[in-house]
Design a protein around this ligand. Structure first.
Ligand code: AMP
Length: 479
C-alpha cells in the first residue's frame, strides 16, 4: 500500500515524498483513512511508530479548506511536554510545506506576547501543552469554540503528569461537533474513561511496539556493589569508552543527578550536555540540535525531557539509575535500536535497586539481564573504607585529569543531598517533570496533595537553634 492509496491529496503526497517516506507505517495505514472521513480515532501506539504523521496528514487535508479567525484556532494538538509539542510543530511544517496554514505553538519558555500576537492574527493549528493553553484561555486571549479537530498526543504521559483534569477542562471548552484523534501508548482505566466520555464511536487502531526490545537491542547490566555516586560515575566512564559507543543517552532519575553527571563527564573530557525540565528552553533546543547533528556525543537526560524525542540514531542507552517505574525502562531503551538498527542498553544496578530491577524483569518478561564482568575494574578501583574509591588505573591511563579533577568536598555534598531530601519525592518530581514550568508546578502540587504541613516542616532544615532558645541565652548579661 502506498500513501496515494490512503486518499491524500497530490500536494500532501508531494510533501511526503520530499520527506523521503515511501510507504505508510501500520498506524498511518489504519488511522489516516478514517481520520480523513472525519471519524474519531483512538490510536494505541508509541513514539517511533509514525503516529505523528497519522494525525498531522489528515489534519492538514481537512484544514486546507477554510480560513482562520482571530483568537479562534481551527484545530488543537495537546502534547505533554514542550519538546513533544515542538516536534509536532516540525511535522506540520514538514508535511504542510505546500499549504498555507498558520500555526502557533503555546509552550512554556516562550514569550506570551509573541504567542498572543499569533493568536490575534488567527491560526489554523494550535499546538500546546495543557498548562500554557489554559493560561492563555484564562487571560481571555483565546476561544476554543471554533475547534474542528482536536488531538491528544501521549495521553498516558499526561495522566502520569497529573494533567487529566486540565484535559477534561479543555475538552469541555471545545464544541461537541469536533473530531477527536486520541493517542496513547497504553490504556490505563483513567484514560479509558476519558475516551468513553469524549470520543464518539472512535475507530480503534492498535499497533505493536516499533520493534520488540529483544530483536534489535542488546541489554546488559553492571552490578555495582555500592550505591556511591562516585563509583557509579567511574563505571559510567568506563562504559562510555567502549569502542562501539558512537553516541548515547544517559538516563538519571533526578534532575540534580543529571546536572552532576553531565558536569562530571565534561570535566573528564567527554562531550556531554544535560537536558531536563529546569533548564532554559533555548538551552534545551540547542542541546537537542547539537545532539542530532553529532556535535554533542552524550545527552544526560531525565525521563520526561527525553520522552518522545525523535533522535534517529543512538548507538547506546545508559541507565545510570535504575528507573523507578519499570515502563520507563522500556521507553528509555527504546531510544536505541530504532528502525531495525542495532542498539545497546546498559544499566548500573546497585543492591539498593533490587526491587525496581525485579519489576523491570517482570515488565520485559525476562528472567535476568546479563551482567558484564567488571571484576577486573573493581580490583583496580577498590571501594575505600570512607566510601569513595581509590584512584583507578583505568582512569589514570585514559583520562589525563583523572578523578582528582572532581573536588572531594563537592562530591560529598552531591552524594548526601538525595538521601537527605526524601529521595522518592525528588525522583517522582523529576520523573513527572513536564517541560512547561507552570505545568511542572501544577503536576508537583497535585502529587503533593496529601502531604501534611508537619511532614513538610520535618524536611525543612533547622537554622541555628530553631524555635528553641535555651534559657541561659535569654538572661541579661552581668556587667
Ligand atoms: P513518530 O512515531 O511520529 O515519532 O515517528 C517516528 C519517526 O518515523 C520519525 O522520525 C518520522 O519522521 C518517521 N516516519 C514517520 N512516518 C514514516 C514513514 N511512513 N516512513 C518512514 N519513516 C517515517
Amino acid at each position: 500500500m502506498s500513501f496515494a492509496d490512503l486518499g491524500l491529496s497530490p500536494k500532501l503526497l508531494e510533501a511526503i515524498a520530499a520527506a523521503g517516506y515511501e510507504t505508510p507505517t501500520p498506524i498511518q495505514k489504519e488511522a489516516i483513512p478514517p481520520a480523513l472521513e472525519r471519524r474519531d480515532v483512538l490510536g494505541i501506539a508509541q513514539t517511533g511508530t509514525g503516529k505523528t504523521a497519522s494525525f498531522t496528514l489528515p489534519m492538514i487535508e481537512r484544514l486546507s479548506k477554510g480560513r482562520a479567525k482571530a483568537r479562534m484556532p481551527r484545530s488543537l494538538v495537546l502534547a505533554p511536554t514542550r519538546e513533544l509539542a515542538a516536534q509536532v510543530a516540525e511535522n506540520f511544517e514538514k508535511y504542510g510545506v505546500n499549504h498555507k496554514l498558520t500555526m502557533a505553538l503555546l509552550i512554556g519558555g516562550v514569550s506570551f506576547g509573541d504567542q498572543d500576537a499569533k493568536l490575534t492574527r488567527g491560526v489554523d493549528v494550535l499546538i500546546a501543552t495543557p498548562g500554557r493553553l489554559l493560561d492563555h484561555f484564562q487571560r481571555g486571549r483565546l476561544l476554543l469554540t471554533g475547534i474542528e479537530v482536536m488531538v491528544i498526543d501521549e495521553a498516558d504521559r499526561m495522566l502520569d503528569m497529573g494533567f487529566i483534569p486540565d484535559i477534561e477542562k479543555i475538552f469541555n471548552l471545545t464544541p461537541m461537533t469536533r473530531q477527536t484523534l486520541f493517542f496513547s501508548a497504553t490504556m490505563p482505566p483513567e484514560i479509558q474513561r476519558i475516551t468513553e466520555q469524549f470520543l464518539h464511536q472512535p475507530v480503534r487502531v492498535e499497533v505493536s511496539k516499533p520493534a520488540s526490545t529483544a530483536d534489535t537491542i542488546t541489554q546488559n547490566i553492571v552490578r555495582v556493589p555500592t550505591k556511591l555516586d562516585k563509583m557509579k560515575r567511574a563505571i559510567l566512564r568506563e562504559l562510555l569508552r567502549q569502542e562501539d559507543v558512537k553516541n548515547g543517552i544517559i538516563f538519571c532519575n533526578r534532575k540534580s543527578t543529571v546536572d552532576v553527571v553531565a558536569k562530571s563527564l565534561q570535566k573528564h573530557g567527554f562531550n556531554a550536555r544535560p537536558i531536563h525540565g529546569d533548564l532554559a528552553q533555548a538551552f534545551r533546543t540547542e542541546t537537542l540540535d547539537k545532539f542530532r547533528n553529532d556535535e554533542v556525543q552524550f545527552l544526560v537526560a531525565s525521563d520526561v525531557a527525553a520522552r518522545g524525542l525523535d533522535i534517529p540514531a543512538v548507538s547506546h542507552v545508559f541507565n545510570y539509575d535504575v528507573p523507578i517505574h519499570s515502563d520507563d525502562y522500556v521507553h528509555r531503551i527504546g531510544r536505541t535500536g530504532r528502525a531495525g538498527r542495532k542498539g545497546a542498553a546498559l544499566m548500573l544496578v546497585t543492591p539498593a535497586d533490587d526491587k525496581h530491577f525485579d519489576n523491570i524483569l517482570k515488565t520485559i518478561g525476562a528472567e535476568e539481564i546479563e551482567a558484564l564482568d567488571f571484576s577486573k575494574f573493581f580490583e583496580e578501583n577498590p571501594i575505600t573504607e570512607s566510601g569513595g574509591r581509590r584512584e583507578g588505573k583505568s582512569d589514570k591511563r585514559r583520562s589525563p585529569r583523572g578523578d582528582r579533577s572532581e573536588r572531594p568536598s563537592r562530591e560529598r555534598k552531591s552524594r548526601k543531598a538525595p538521601a537527605e531530601a526524601a529521595p522518592d519525592a525528588q525522583a517522582e518530581s523529576d520523573a513527572a517533570a513536564p517541560a512547561n514550568r507552570k505545568d511542572e508546578t501544577r503536576a508537583t502540587n497535585r502529587r503533593r496533595g496529601g502531604e501534611s504541613r508537619s511532614s513538610r516542616r520535618r524536611e525543612e532544615p533547622v537554622i541555628g537553634l530553631g524555635d528553641h532558645v535555651p534559657a541561659f541565652l535569654m538572661r541579661e548579661v552581668a556587667r
